[in-house]
Design a protein around this ligand. Structure first.
Ligand code: NAP
Length: 221
């Protein structure tokens, strides 16, 4: 495989951090461009960092010239402060990044979405995630990989009470979460990143949606 370039959005986050580690260590990618709100305290010969204004992404189009894009962006309604602010990130920034990447000739787009994403859902969060998925799928990428993890496991810098409660409940109910319920089991953020990077490395064509239980299978956990 010839050496490829990667663009990573959300590298300061839980999944994005693992994704960055994997891309830097992988021989398929010789250049890894990270766009963020602030610089990461990290140096690597393959790593190129740019601090950008996400409300003005189109003015940073030159950084989107990459073969493969990995989008691990996202917030919560609580963190963002309102539904509108949440939507600006999880739909607005994601889809604008995808549009620019497609226009700049990216071949592959990998998106970390969420369990239950559905543009027709009555649940606001699931609807926004589903709308973002649909917008990305409609773009002329050679391949689109959409991962729909359940609750993410991993070391977070900040405390999220709701996620901790859900995690505890999932551990307690884990043995009961079999068959169709297995997709509700929490999945480690490292496994999500591993599958996102692996699918890009395979360079298949078309749209692939990977549900949470399948993420666990593919990652071998
Ligand atoms: N948490 C869960 O259990 C869960 C479950 C299923 C799906 N998901 C989805 O999985 C994806 C990855 O989740 P994660 O937990 O790894 O995310 P995370 O740790 O919260 O990281 C989110 C990333 O998005 C960036 N971001 C957030 N708000 C931004 C803004 N206003 N402007 C620019 N960048 C912004 C963050 O940058 P900063 O560091 O600058 O804030 C960070 O790099 C998200 O789409 C999330 O919705 C999460």
């Amino acid at each position: 495989m010839t050496s490829r370039s990667a663009l990573l959005l959300g590298a300061s986050g839980l999944v994005g951090g693992h994704c960055l580690d994997l891309l830097l260590a992988h021989s398929a990618w010789s250049r890894v461009v990270v766009l963020g709100r602030r610089r990461l305290p990290r140096e690597h010969p393959k790593l190129e960092q740019h601090v950008v204004d996400f409300d003005q992404l189109s003015s940073h189009a030159q950084y989107f010239r990459a073969d493969d894009v990995f989008c691990c962006l996202g917030t919560t309604i609580k963190q963002a402060g309102s539904e509108e602010a949440f939507r600006r990130v999880d739909f607005g920034y994601v889809t604008e990044a995808a549009h620019i990447a497609a226009a700049e000739g990216a071949e592959q787009f990998g998106l970390v979405s969420a369990l239950g994403a559905d543009a027709g859902s009555r649940v606001f969060y699931n609807r926004v995630k589903g709308e973002a998925e649909d917008a990305v799928r409609a773009l002329p990428f050679r391949s689109v990989h959409i991962l729909r993890p359940s609750l993410l496991l991993g070391e977070r810098k900040e405390f999220r009470l709701g996620e901790r409660i859900a995690e505890a409940a999932a551990w307690a109910l884990g043995p009961l979460m079999r068959g169709s319920l297995s997709r509700f089991r929490p999945v480690h953020s490292r496994a999500v990143a591993a599958v996102l990077v692996r699918l890009a490395g395979e360079r298949s064509s078309g749209v692939k949606i990977v549900e949470s239980d399948r993420i666990r299978d593919l990652a071998g956990v």
